[in-house]
Ligand binder design. Structure first.
Ligand SMILES: C[S@@+](CC[C@H](N)C(=O)[O-])C[C@H]1O[C@@H](n2cnc3c(N)ncnc32)[C@H](O)[C@@H]1O
Length: 283
């Protein structure tokens, strides 16, 4: 079931106000990849901001957005020159149709249980052309950013009607590699606070590598932030680009130094837990 903040039109209206393009580091990173691909699938496309922008600036190929939340897709559908598909990766099957598949805005983290994650990766692999790329990010659990998801880190925004809205997150304990939290929206526009519950998975880099490898996907590049910094223990993100096929050697990813393994391969496989959103409220 989709979280209320993505399925309730009144809350969805606030999504792009809370997560505007200019305050996100990720979308310019992905836009460059999208513009260099002929056929793009955006899984968990939400309100469609990335594909909208790509079309606006001249992408002439196939752009396809997939999302299980109709209220998000209703915003996306304001552009009719893009394919919008209602559903998740269990509802679709493509055979080598896309040379780029992306999951942005931490949409990858909604894949919480192992079986769903494995099925989703298999569907993505199958959708990729032989030399296609899968680009996505997941928050680095080592930095425990969920610990900042507390009411004293609330965001204040103004909605389209001019009403003030306060938005805060509150995570639940205990935390494992799965984080459960509630987002609370408070505003004079409602008699009562509006609540939405979410669950996100925080895979560490070694565990992520195992899932990708089992799905016959190979990491070709990995970064710790949107400026393409190498992944380290303190990086906020684990940004990954993967292709079809097995790695010829362990950690066949971008090397930080010739002849030495990438930084993330040196991380101990700690049973660390947690995560955070880019902006406090974003997920
Ligand atoms: C935080 S939003 C990200 C939206 C957009 N990608 C962005 O960057 O702004 C997460 C999106 O994932 C979608 N979603 C939830 N469960 C999903 C699933 N199982 N498969 C694909 N998308 C899912 C939600 O409906 C929501 O639109």
């Amino acid at each position: 079931m989709v979280d209320r903040l993505f399925s309730d039109a009144a809350l969805v209206e606030l999504y792009d106000v809370l997560c505007p393009w200019e305050q996100r580091g990720d979308l310019d990173f992905y836009l460059e990849l999208v513009m260099s691909a002929k056929a793009v699938l955006d899984v968990g496309c939400g309100t469609g901001a990335l594909l909208h922008r790509a079309r606006e600036i001249g992408h002439a190929g196939r752009l396809c957005g997939l999302d299980p939340a109709n209220a998000m897709l209703d915003v996306a559908r304001t552009r009719s020159d893009i394919e919008w598909i209602h559903g998740d990766l269990d509802a679709v099957a493509w055979d080598r149709q896309f040379d780029l598949v992306v999951m942005t805005g931490h949409a990858f983290q909604v894949l919480v249980d192992d079986d769903e994650l494995r099925r989703s990766l298999a569907t993505i692999r199958s959708a990729l052309t032989e030399d296609g790329r899968f680009a996505f990010e997941t928050r680095n659990p080592l930095v425990r950013s969920w610990e900042r998801w507390t009411p004293d880190n609330a965001a204040e925004i103004t909605d389209a009607s001019g009403a003030d809205v306060r938005v805060c997150n509150e995570f639940e304990t205990p935390v494992t590699d799965v984080v459960r939290f509630t987002t609370t929206f408070t505003s004079p526009r409602w008699d009562q606070p509006q609540l939405s519950s979410s669950t996100l998975r925080f895979l560490d880099a070694p565990s992520l590598s195992v899932f990708l490898s089992e799905a016959d996907l190979t990491v070709t590049e990995q970064f710790g932030d949107w400026d393409r910094q190498p992944l380290t223990d303190t990086s906020p993100e684990i940004i990954t680009i993967a292709r079809r096929g097995k790695a010829s050697a362990p950690w066949n990813a971008t090397r930080t130094h010739e002849g030495s393994p990438p930084r993330h391969s040196l991380l101990s496989r700690r049973a660390t837990l947690g995560w955070p959103p880019l902006r406090m409220v974003r997920y």
